[in-house]
Write a protein that binds this ligand. Structure first.
Ligand SMILES: *[C@@H]1O[C@H](CO)[C@@H](O)[C@H](O)[C@H]1NC(C)=O
Ligand SMILES: *[C@@H]1O[C@H](CO)[C@@H](O)[C@H](O)[C@H]1NC(C)=O
Length: 480
């Protein structure tokens, strides 16, 4: 009995030690797991979704053919640019991205950035505001194209940062984003936060925005069309992301988690060089620059690591994103540098003083239709794939896309089987059909009719009238 008691006591000690050990191990492992999430960008209480909501549609790879898209800014209709929605060559496009609605830093709500341009500006008979004009063109067009509402942009970047700190504001952002999209007749949302920062909760908040918006879109689709199973073939609202085209900002995003919600990654393959750069360089080159001009043997050849092709490969190879979800961004503007220090015909990787610019308010920017600069000749670097010109008087160098680069980029998109291409921004293109970037690109890539607008469907129009009777664009549907 005495012996037995001893054994039991020993057992007890053994179990106490095991429990204490288990407790210690758990204490070590749990925070470690948690830390791992924080390192990936999560903050306390915010966990990235590990499983997709069963109700949430996995984005499809989209229709056959290639997207041909352009951004249209709501400052285009003013003065010097004087580019109205009716001037957008929609018969050659699959998407018009309407830029920008902005984030209100105080409330998180999405709102118009210029209510005069968006809603008031008198355009065609009886139509006020660029939005209604654009949606009217879409409804009346025989050729299908989508209109997408863009949220944010470079000048709105601080607001995204601010609302990211509040779950309530992020929720408000998501609700109002989906509401504005549908209320104003758009077929989707393009998120443009430039850019979430590393070592913060911003990348994970961006992911949450995408998930929330996708859920909001799916819910709206269920309300309009009934359960997804019954109406598999109805068109879906589109979610795209204006995506940084360089590793530093791209690799901090939880790309594979985001890809559960994102239909198209709009890679911003431009602004590779600009007024912020130490030396001159192209800004929308397809391949790495510095391979041409070798014969000058300059020791100042710029060896920039930025190119469109590098960005595309990052997405496909490192992040395992299907090429069919990637759209290649192209520029309807050039970026220039003045007083370039060069003695020969090598203009890359050179010191410069000032950037000049033929487009007011935007240092260093020339719209494509202002190029080449008067008195200079357009030249082409077929290795990097960029047009450029050099004005000897002001010693100004400008790199840009032209008809020739459109042809090569079009072939690239077909060969790589990308989703398509887009331009920032519509007002920069040439009115001369022989010089038009959209023309040259379309000729190479063809025109897909698959990018159907939801607002061509009677069900959608009826639901809209029910939800927003007598709202800004309702009159477009009442007439039909
Ligand atoms: C350019 O940079 C890459 C990567 O940093 C390097 O491998 C290569 O040798 C450099 N080329 C020149 C010409 O400096
Ligand atoms: C890459 O994506 C495909 C499908 O999108 C998937 O089947 C595959 O497992 C992924 N590969 C890796 C390494 O994640």
């Amino acid at each position: 009995m005495f012996e037995g008691f001893k054994i039991t006591k020993l057992h007890l000690k053994f179990w106490i030690i095991i429990i204490v050990l288990a407790f210690i191990v758990e204490m070590c492992i749990v925070p470690w797991l948690f830390l791992d999430k924080i390192k990936k960008g999560g903050s306390a209480g915010r966990r990235p979704p590990t499983e997709i909501d069963p109700d949430t549609r996995v984005p499809s790879e989209g229709p056959d053919g290639f997207s041909v898209a352009t951004y249209y800014s709501n400052w285009s209709p003013y003065n010097a640019r004087n580019h109205k929605p009716a001037d957008i060559p929609t018969s050659q496009l699959t998407h018009v991205y309407y830029a920008f609605f902005v984030v209100d830093a105080k409330s998180g709500a999405v709102k118009s950035s210029d209510s005069w341009s968006d809603f008031e500006l008198p355009l065609s008979v009886g139509v006020k505001g660029c939005i209604k004009e654009l949606q009217k063109i879409k409804l009346e067009s025989k050729h299908e194209f989508k209109t997408i509402l863009c949220l944010g942009g470079w000048s709105n970047r601080e607001a995204y940062k601010k609302i990211a700190k509040s779950e309530k504001k992020v929720k408000k952002f998501i609700e109002t984003a989906v509401d504005c999209m549908f209320r104003y007749g758009f077929d989707g949302i393009d998120l443009d936060w430039e850019f979430p920062e590393e070592d913060s909760n911003e990348p994970i908040v961006y992911l949450e925005m995408m998930r929330g918006i996708r859920e909001g879109m799916d819910q709206l689709e269920r309300q309009i069309f009934g359960s997804p199973a019954e109406e598999k073939d109805h068109p879906h609202f589109q979610l795209s992301v204006a995506t940084p085209a360089f590793a530093e900002k791209l690799n901090i995003l939880p790309i594979s988690e985001m890809s559960k919600y994102v239909d198209i990654w709009n890679m911003m393959c431009y602004d590779f060089h600009g007024e912020w750069s130490d030396v001159t360089g192209y800004h929308s080159n397809l391949y790495l620059q510095g391979h041409s001009h070798r014969r000058s043997l300059s020791n100042r050849i710029s060896n920039s690591s930025l190119s469109s092709d590098t960005a595309v490969k990052l997405m496909t190879d490192r992040h395992n994103i299907s090429s069919r979800r990637i759209a290649l961004g192209m520029a309807a503007y050039g970026r220039g540098f003045t007083n370039v220090e060069t003695n020969d015909d090598n203009y890359l990787g050179k010191k410069y003083h000032g950037v000049g610019g033929g487009s007011e308010g935007e240092p260093g920017i020339w719209l494509y239709n202002q190029l080449p600069i008067d008195g200079s000749k357009e030249q082409f670097d077929s290795n990097a794939v960029s047009a450029y010109c050099f004005d000897p008087k002001s010693r100004t160098f400008v790199g840009y896309d032209n008809v020739q680069s459109m042809d090569i980029k079009g072939k690239y998109i077909k060969k790589k089987n990308l989703n398509g291409g887009f331009w920032w921004e519509s007002c920069g293109d040439s009115k001369d059909p022989r010089k038009s970037l959209v023309n040259a690109f379309s000729k190479e890539i063809g025109l897909s009719e698959g990018f159907v607008s939801l607002f061509k469907s009677d069900k959608v129009k009826q639901f809209h009238l029910q939800k927003y009777p007598k709202d800004y664009i309702s009159s477009l549907f009442q007439k039909l």
